[in-house]
Write a protein that binds this ligand. Structure first.
Ligand code: CTP
Length: 398
């Protein structure tokens, strides 16, 4: 998703500068063309050779260095960049940018940039909380710079508080969110369910299923990267939620139903990728489960069918996509679900095929609408998520 993108990384005089090497290395591994610009003060913390070795490009330091490709035309790199990120950003660079001072290579290039500049402040907590620094940050935000809030933790100066450069993964999430995709979902609210639900049998045991949540989370990440406002209603999983999605964690089908019901009416797109348990124990409070194998019968009742509820209460213009996971008669059963649950699309996957279904990073999906059936080949769940979103957008526009 970031392959071929031009990322300019500004490194300033903060002890966190050593983390920039990891950022640059990870960006290069993701296929980005990376250029690093250091301030003079950053040279006290890290050597330009590190960045030159990692990127294969000259590390730019001073405006008056005439020894390299971009010496006079620094503006050309500013114009070519897909995104600038200053990480770590010292109080000094924040102050300079906020006040229009362009007296070195980094501040000059940022001033000439057409693309978004992400700023990741990293400094002592008292410096960060200083009202002048805060005012400068607020001013940068007003001028469309995007601020990556520093993390809280133990700082290099031995203080504990706000001011740490966030993990490299977080910085990359910001970059990906900014540039990886065309924002064709901007202005749309997408509600996604993901993961398994759990139905308690007693205070200790519960029934659940093998859903890992990977498909739903890939959809949430993809929709968010494409500019959607994403609400992710998730059962218990072991995946980090996408940074820019609002995540509502639930356990039972009943919890999931209530979380979904709250968000339904103003959602433009609803995608139900959760594996909802169809049954839950009846009258939980009165029941005792015997420990003997011969008496494990438990009275069950059906859980609320959340997708059916959404289909029955669909506002005009909303697109609903359900999933179906079948062991047999995939097409026939999925078409029945499309009709019965009033969906616009069913993403059908057979759990009998290798590379498809629970837990894997890949999937084999057939997209079924009222008029079309599209069989997708084996692909990553991320690619499948984008295909599903492409089809939904076509339905929304038709
Ligand atoms: N679903 C739901 N609420 C339920 C059961 C299922 O919202 N109580 C949703 C799932 O998230 C999925 C779709 O309905 O998007 C189909 O789920 P699936 O389990 O395949 O179908 P069921 O309707 O439960 O039928 P069956 O299990 O008998 O195939």
């Amino acid at each position: 998703m970031l392959k071929g993108k031009v990322v300019v990384v500004g490194v300033t005089g903060s002890i966190a500068a050593y983390k920039s090497a990891q950022l640059v290395s990870d960006l290069v591994k993701l296929g980005c063309e990376v250029h690093v610009i250091m301030t003079q003060n950053a040279l006290n913390f890290i050597n330009p050779i590190t960045f030159e070795t990692l990127t294969g490009n000259k590390c730019l330091v001073d405006t008056f260095d005439r020894n390299f490709e971009f010496n006079v035309t620094h503006v050309s790199l500013s114009q070519k960049a897909d995104v600038f990120i200053i990480a770590p950003a010292s109080a000094n660079i924040i102050g300079k940018l906020a006040n229009g001072i362009a007296d070195d290579m980094l501040s000059t290039m940022v001033m000439a940039a057409k693309c978004t500049t992400l700023i990741a402040p990293a400094m002592n907590k008292y410096m960060f909380m200083n009202s002048i620094v805060q005012e400068n940050i607020a001013k940068l935000q007003r001028h469309n710079f995007k601020i990556i809030q520093p993390a809280v933790g133990r700082l290099a100066c031995n203080d504990t508080g706000v001011g740490k450069l966030p993990d490299v993964d977080v910085l990359i999430d910001y970059i990906r969110h900014e540039i990886s995709c065309e924002k064709d979902y901007a202005g749309l609210k997408v509600l996604i369910t993901a993961g398994p639900t759990q139905e308690s049998l007693d205070p200790v045991r519960y029934i659940t299923n093998h859903s890992s949540g990977k498909m739903g989370y890939a959809l949430a990440q993809a929709a968010s990267d494409r500019g959607a406002e994403v609400v992710l209603v998730s059962g218990s999983v072991h995946i980090k939620p996408p940074l820019f999605a609002q995540c509502k964690n639930v356990l039972s089908a009943e919890d999931m139903f209530h979380a979904v019901a709250e968000e339904l009416s103003d959602s433009d797109v609803v995608i139900m990728a959760a594996a909802v348990a169809d049954y839950t124990p009846d009258s939980y409070s009165d029941r005792k489960i015997k420990k003997s194998d011969s008496d494990m019968s438990i009275p069950l009742k059906r859980t609320t069918d959340i997708l059916q509820y959404a289909g029955d209460n669909k506002p005009d213009g909303q697109i609903i996509c359900g999933f179906s996971m079948e062991t047999e008669n995939l097409m026939e059963n999925s078409k029945k679900k499309l009709q019965k649950k009033h969906c616009d699309m069913i993403a059908a996957n057979s759990i009998r095929q290798n590379g498809a279904g629970f837990g894997t990073d890949t999937n084999i999906i057939t997209l079924i609408t009222r008029n079309h059936t599209t069989e997708l080949p084996l692909m990553s769940k991320t690619d499948a998520a984008h295909q599903i979103l492409d089809h939904i957008l076509k339905l929304k526009k038709s």
